[in-house]
Unconditional design. Structure first.
Length: 421
């Protein structure tokens, strides 16, 4: 796969778009752009056509482009010259982030760890992660138990690790990884977290207190089918691998499939789109598994954490609407403190805030859904980086990324323990 990623910074000066553009079929796309993304040139027809064929890395789709924001997208090698010419002719400032994806695909495996099996400092294939869930549970029976909370579209078992000292009526924090298949750093973090929990319990006072007083439910990979597909076939796959009647396109965006303003905004009803919301809320077995588990444990779950990449952001509700959560002031202060803590290790800067205004509106997300179920502390983490490697974050960054993220997660955990409800 040879490809080019262009990081394009749009300067927006005026709202006149494409006056007198011919062709009614263009105007539909056009309207969408006019509402969301006023461009500073006249007839963005070709540009629109380019955009709709592109693989968006940030934001997730063309409809989520905001004025004064940057856009990362991947294009085919053979389109490079045309796209660069077009951007240049229209005086759009841009930067080629990755000029050839192929060496970058290899460069992500730069870990110096020589292990052939599971490693916390490498990206592990699903079968390795699956075996690890069994092993880490059997080696730490006093701290970890493994259960299955459902199966995926293709029949893979969705495992959940309960991490904590056995006790009755303990509060809990639910954390999941691997919603989006290509965000490999996310499952790596869930594995790292479990390792840190068992490694530091009894040695480090905070982790010891956490595991004594509460349980972590850790779901290492939600979208297992998609994750497998990123290893076997297409590293850039995002959605699930489900099929649906009436379309040859495959996959639903799990983070648009929850019953929270489902498909109202920032999501697509077209099964061929990367942000396809599914045929109904919770149409996907993976969504159902997560939602059913959380629903049946609502009395104990005090925080919901969902780990994505990339952008370096810590987001809280809402994303399906610009309305603010009722404890907005509290969530804002907590996010601010957590990202400050995170930055102490390597200086990694995170932004934070409500999803809709901090990134873009997007309905059907798990964090909004969990919040509306009554879980007052609900956060989405977008881990490293900010586009230098994007989804192809090298393995050598797993350790620093996970270590700094641990600081933020531990900060949130301490806070939640002090503010049980
Ligand atoms: Zn994601």
């Amino acid at each position: 796969m040879a490809a080019v990623t262009i990081h394009s910074a749009f300067g927006v000066q005026e709202n006149k778009i494409c006056q007198g553009c011919p062709g009614s079929h263009i105007s539909v796309i056009h309207t969408a752009l006019m509402m969301i993304h006023p461009l500073n040139y006249r007839c963005p027809i070709q540009y629109v056509l380019f955009l709709i064929q592109m693989d968006f890395w940030k934001p997730d789709s063309v409809t989520q482009i905001k004025p004064h924001s940057t856009v990362d997208f991947r294009i085919k090698a053979e389109d490079t010259i045309a796209v660069e010419d077009f951007l240049g002719q229209n005086r759009l400032r841009y930067e080629v982030l990755i000029s050839n994806l192929r060496p970058m695909l290899e460069a992500q495996f730069d870990s110096r760890v020589r292990a052939t099996g599971h490693s916390y400092e490498k990206y592990n294939q699903w079968e390795t992660i699956e075996a690890w869930t069994e092993q880490v549970a059997s080696e730490n029976p006093d701290l970890i138990s493994r259960s299955a909370i459902g199966t995926t579209f293709l029949g893979n078992t969705i495992y959940l690790l309960k991490v904590g000292k056995p006790g009755s009526d303990k509060p809990a924090i639910f954390m999941d990884c691997g919603f989006h298949a290509r965000e490999w750093i996310s499952p790596a973090f869930c594995q790292w977290f479990v390792r840190e929990a068992v490694r530091t319990y009894g040695h480090e006072i905070h982790m010891t207190e956490f595991l004594d007083k509460l349980d972590f439910y850790v779901l290492p990979v939600v979208n297992i089918d998609g994750y497998i597909y990123t290893w076997t076939t297409n590293r850039m796959w995002r959605k699930t691998r489900s099929t649906k009647a009436g379309s040859t396109c495959i996959g639903t965006d799990l983070n648009r499939n929850f019953d929270a303003g489902w498909c109202l905004i920032g999501a697509s009803t077209n099964p061929c789109d990367e942000t396809y919301c599914g045929s109904a809320a919770e149409s996907e077995k993976e969504t159902k598994a997560v939602a059913n588990f959380i629903r049946s444990h609502l009395s104990s779950i005090k925080a919901y954490l969902t780990i994505h990449s990339y952008s370096q952001m810590m987001l809280y509700p809402y994303s399906y609407d610009y309305k603010l959560p009722k404890n907005n002031v509290e969530l804002n202060a907590l996010a601010k403190a957590a990202v400050k803590e995170l930055a102490t290790l390597h200086g990694t800067a995170y932004t934070y805030g409500p999803g809709a205004s901090t990134i873009y509106p997007a309905a059907g997300g798990s964090d909004d859904w969990a919040y509306d179920q009554g879980i007052q502390y609900s956060f989405t983490f977008e881990l490293r980086d900010k586009g230098r490697y994007g989804f192809l974050l090298p393995e050598s960054q797993i350790q620093p990324t996970c270590e700094e993220t641990m600081l933020a997660i531990k900060h949130v955990t301490s806070y939640v323990l002090e503010h049980l409800y």
